[in-house]
Write a protein that binds this ligand. Sequence first.
Ligand code: ASP
Length: 326
Amino acid sequence: MPRIHVVATGGTIAGAQAVPGGHGYAAGAFTVDALLAAVPDLAGIAHVSAEQLVNIGSQDMNDRVWLTLARRLEQLAASDDVDGIVVTHGTDTMEETAWFAHLTVRTTKPLVFVGSMRPATALGADGPANLRDAVALAADPAASGRGVLVVLNDTIHGARDAYKLHASRVDAFRSPERGPLGRFEGGRPCFTLPPLAAGQGSFPLGDAQALPLVFILYAHASMGRELIDAALAAGAAGLVIAGVGNGNMTDPALDALQEAAARGVAVVRSTRLPEGAVLRNGEVDDDARGFIAAREFKPGKARVLLQLALLSSRDPKALQEVFDQA
Ligand code: ASP
């Protein structure tokens, strides 16, 4: 029987409604033992052990928890007593944490993130089924060497491409650029795409105690330089712009960012659109302005990648290579 370890961090999967059947609820109300107890046939799939790392809504996720989580996952992955790992997590920032884990944790063992869109007390709660699928996925040798995976709603995504694209539906996650890696059929994982494990563990954390400060700024009509200046005054090492269209923005914003780049701040052009890659030197002359094009990475994932890349280089050319190859 495969030995699967569950690391719980909170989220709606552990959420409880104030009024049964009501709309409002608090994330992170149940512990991991209660979550596991709600899945009837788990003991038939794997020997499951568990720990509670934190119990928070993932809107409150932060660099400190990421560093702790990544180091714990490394430890577990290196253990001869663990065949696969499941992380329960809120869905709001799962696309960021799973990507962070993918980039920092070196392992070929299955490492699966799971959450739910409905709290544990809701009618039709999706948490128990998703958790069951996550354990089954982590227990399946076919899931090894595929990079960090995300599973919800019978669908298997790669951490590189998974985004939350709906605020409430159980099919909230999509992989807009490359499609999901597979699905569940009859309770078993079925992969439909080859592994996308490239880059897994390519940013070892070493003894890093903190991550560089990187902000995301959202472009819009009439965008000025005010928030760019505020981010610089706050000490930003990098800025990710959720640009309009192909990573575009107003001239005043471009000029303020060019000044920032000249001062050694990494400026990454991403897009506020849910699909499509931002290409280098499209309508913006990245070469002349010293910018980096985010390629397929939407702002949340671009920020994670930039934080990790900035641990070893501030050179825009080297940073662009990171985005080209990730
Ligand atoms: N706000 C919740 C969280 O991210 C939403 C969820 O888990 O679905 O923790």
